[in-house]
Design a protein around this ligand. Structure first.
Ligand SMILES: [Zn+2]
Length: 273
């Protein structure tokens, strides 16, 4: 695949897309943007990510091709008009060059994607699930120097936790929202792993029982401390505090998590000034 990407790069870089002609039934896996929206865009590079060929088309986005097991790419100079057996898509470029994606397999189908800017499509890498061994190894032995709260919110590091469950998990583990993973000792790491897993398991259970028609507004109400700043801590009764960020807020209990210390809240200090 790497060699193919390089070969296609030599042929295609600098040329503009003139036509994208879908030839295979359901081989195009995206609906928006339309392939026609990329007509006129210039190929900046042809790269490979995993088993995907990536045609970088500058600011408009990318076209991905997955050849599956028995796919191949033919370079046509000049472009043909035939529709050979197993044809998936023909991309016609300026200067009289086209590539035809074909497949000869029966089971696993070659496919292609048209992705706008910022859309990773099938390339989006989601981290391991919280109940996986991979996540356990990361928490128990990892040397990630970011804050635990940041790590838990990062979908590429662990999938599906998010800010709400991150608040609850840190509260369960009785760790400061400012704690970094690298700073935690073995016992704290083990507590953290248990906390994340139990919070997520309870969350899933609650989501299942909640399936009958509750409004989206009720969604946040099942958290133990997330969204509960100003209310008493369910464990010790201390008032829960918040740290405000532009995109979210972090809730914690000063008694249970920071040894009584109240962390600076940027929004609060701005208001005081
Ligand atoms: Zn508390």
């Amino acid at each position: 695949m790497q060699a193919l990407a390089e070969r296609l790069g030599e042929v295609l870089v600098g040329r503009t897309l003139e036509q994208a002609e879908p030839l295979g039934f359901s081989a195009l896996k995206t609906v928006v943007p339309s392939p026609d929206a990329f007509v006129g865009a210039t190929v900046a590079a042809v790269t490979r990510t995993g088993k995907y060929l990536v045609l970088e088309l500058g600011p408009v986005g990318r076209i991905l091709v997955h050849l599956s097991q028995a796919g191949r790419v033919d370079v046509e100079e000049p472009p043909k008009r035939t529709r050979a057996k197993g044809s998936v898509v023909r991309l016609v470029f300026s200067g009289g060059v086209a590539i035809l994606v074909r497949e000869f397999g029966h089971e696993r189908k070659a496919a292609w994607w048209v992705l706008g800017p910022g859309d990773d499509g099938p390339l989006e890498r989601l981290g391991p699930e919280p109940d996986s061994e991979e996540f356990a190894a990361l928490v128990l032995h990892g040397d990630d120097r970011r804050r635990v709260h940041t790590i838990l919110r990062d979908q590429r590091t662990v999938s599906g936790v998010g800010r709400g469950y991150a608040d609850d998990a840190l509260w369960h583990a009785q760790l400061s929202p400012y704690a970094t993973l690298a700073s935690l000792d073995t016992e704290a790491r083990s507590r953290l792993l248990d906390a994340v897993r139990s919070v997520m398991a309870e969350g899933v259970t609650r989501e299942r029982t909640r399936s009958g028609g509750l409004s989206q507004a009720k969604l946040g109400e099942h958290f133990e401390i997330h969204n509960h700043a100003g209310l008493p801590c369910p464990r010790c009764g201390e008032t829960l505090r918040r740290i405000s960020y532009d995109s979210h807020e972090v809730v914690y209990c000063p008694q249970c998590q920071t040894g009584g210390k109240i962390l600076a809240d940027r929004r609060m200090s701005r208001l005081i000034k």
